[in-house]
Design a binder for this molecule. Structure first.
Ligand SMILES: [Zn+2]
Length: 397
C-alpha cells in the first residue's frame, strides 16, 4: 500500500484507515503513507502489543508528541542550562596544554623526543578546542548570545586559526539534514569517496574517477592525515575571503602570529612550519575518526522527508560512555542526544540519555551504542562495503 511499484497508488481517508485497528487487520500511517502491519507487528522490536496501540493512527504524530513531552521534561530538569564551571575547566585544560607544549620545548630543547611530545600536547589542545568551539556554536554559555559568538570566534580563530562562521555554516546544515546528500556537507564527499546510496549510483553510471573498491585503503592516506591540513585550511581561507568575514580573518591571523612567536625562536621559520603541519596532521586524525564514527556507518542517501526525530536517529549512533571516551570525544560519544537536542550543553547528555532510550524503545526506533574501537573499525568497514557495492554495480549492472 503506497509502496513504490504498486501503481496506481491508492489513497485512503482517515475514516477508512481507522477501521483497520483489529488484531488481525492493522494499518499504520507514517509520514502520510499507509502501511499494512497486520503480520509484521508480531516481529516488532517493541512487541506486537506496543505497536498495535498505534494501529489506525499516525505513529509519526505520536512520536513527535512524545518527543515534545521529553523536551519539556528536559527543560524542567534544567538540562539546557550550561554550567560555567564545566566550560571554565575545558578552557583551563586547553590553556594548560598550550603552556605545557611551550615549556617542554623551552626546558627539554628541540630534539625529536621533546618535539614529538610538544606536537602531541598541542594536538590535544587543538582537539579540545574543536569541541569547545562546537559547544559555543550550539549552546548559550553566556546569557548574551553576542558573547557566545565572540567566544567561539576567539576559540576557533585565536586558538585554532580557523573561522567560526565557516564552521557554523557547514555544521548547522549537517544538523538539519544529517547523512543526506547535497544537504549535509559532511557526507557530500563524492567523487573522492562514495558513501551509502551514491556507490551503486556511480557504479550503474560506470563512473570510475578513483578505484572506489580500494577507498577503505586510500582513506588512510588522504582522509585522516590531510583533512584539516589541506581541505580545512583552503576552505577556511576561501570562505573568509569570499564571504568577507574580516573579523574571523583577523582572529585566524592572530593564531599564526602567536604560534610563530612561540616557536620560531627555537625552530626558526621552516622548523615552526613543520611543527605546525605535524600538529595539524595529528589533530586531523582525531577529527576524522571522532566525528565520523557516529555517522558514516549509518544510512547515507538522498532526502527521505522523515520527521526530525526519525531522521536524526537513522543517521546517528552513540559510542559507549567512559571517562576516557567522554574526554577524548568531547562527549560526542553521546551523538544521539546531541543530535536530538543540539542546544543542550554536553555535561547533561548522560542525564537525558535514559529518557531518549525509553522513547526509542516505545516507538521501536533503534538506539545504537557501540564500543569505541568497534565504532572506528565500522568506519573502515562501511567504506569497504560501499566500495564493493560500487564495483558490483560497475561490473554487473
Ligand atoms: Zn553539533
Amino acid at each position: 500500500m503506497g509502496e513504490p511499484g504498486s501503481s496506481p497508488v491508492p489513497t485512503y481517508g482517515w475514516d477508512e484507515i481507522r477501521k483497520h485497528c483489529l488484531p488481525t487487520d492493522k494499518w499504520l500511517v507514517i509520514e502520510r503513507r499507509v502501511y499494512d502491519i497486520s503480520r509484521w507487528a508480531d516481529g516488532h522490536p517493541g512487541g506486537s502489543r506496543l505497536i498495535s496501540h498505534h494501529a489506525g493512527e499516525d505513529a509519526t504524530e505520536q512520536l513527535i508528541k512524545d518527543f515534545r513531552a521529553l523536551r519539556r521534561a528536559a527543560k524542567d530538569m534544567k538540562l539546557f542550562e550550561a554550567d560555567p564551571k564545566f566550560f571554565s575547566l575545558v578552557v583551563g585544560h586547553i590553556l594548560l596544554m598550550e603552556g605545557l607544549a611551550w615549556l617542554v620545548v623551552y626546558f627539554l630543547g628541540t630534539g625529536w623526543v621533546p618535539t614529538i611530545l610538544a606536537a602531541v600536547v598541542l594536538a590535544i589542545s587543538q582537539a579540545q578546542s574543536w569541541c569547545l568551539q562546537h559547544d559555543l556554536g550550539h549552546v548559550s554559555v553566556f546569557k548574551k548570545s553576542r558573547w557566545n559568538y565572540v567566544a567561539q570566534q576567539f576559540v576557533m580563530g585565536q586558538l585554532k586559526g580557523f573561522s567560526a562562521h565557516w564552521w557554523n555554516f557547514r555544521h548547522f546544515q549537517h544538523h538539519a539534514k544529517p547523512n543526506v546528500f547535497h544537504k549535509d556537507p559532511d557526507v557530500t564527499v563524492a567523487p573522492v569517496f562514495l558513501l551509502g546510496e551514491s556507490s551503486v549510483e556511480y557504479g550503474k553510471k560506470k563512473r570510475r574517477y578513483l578505484p572506489y573498491n580500494h577507498q577503505h585503503q586510500y582513506f588512510f592516506l588522504i582522509g585522516p592525515p590531510l583533512l584539516t591540513l589541506v581541505n580545512f585550511e583552503v576552505e577556511n581561507l576561501a570562505y573568509m575571503l569570499v564571504c568577507m568575514k574580516w573579523a574571523d580573518l583577523v582572529w585566524a591571523i592572530s593564531f599564526y602570529i602567536r604560534f610563530f612567536s612561540f616557536y620560531a625562536p627555537f625552530y626558526g621559520i621552516p622548523g615552526t612550519l613543520l611543527l605546525f603541519a605535524s600538529v595539524r596532521v595529528l589533530e586531523s586524525h582525531w577529527f576524522v575518526w571522532v566525528t565520523q564514527m557516529n555517522h558514516i556507518p549509518k544510512d547515507i542517501g538522498s532526502e527521505k522527508h522523515r520527521d526530525w526525530v526519525s531522521a536524526q536517529l537513522e543517521a546517528t549512533c552513540n559510542v559507549e560512555q567512559s571517562l576516557f571516551n567522554d574526554w577524548f570525544s568531547g562527549h560526542l560519544n553521546f551523538q544521539i542526544e546531541h543530535h536530538l537536542f543540539p542546544t543542550m550543553p554536553r555535561h547533561n547528555y548522560h542525564k537525558v540519555a535514559p529518557l531518549v532510550k525509553s522513547l526509542c524503545a516505545k516507538h521501536g526506533l533503534s538506539y545504537e551504542v557501540k564500543p569505541f574501537l568497534k565504532a572506528l573499525v565500522d568506519i573502515v568497514r562501511s567504506l569497504k562495503k560501499s566500495g564493493d557495492a560500487w564495483l558490483e554495480a560497475y561490473l554487473h549492472q
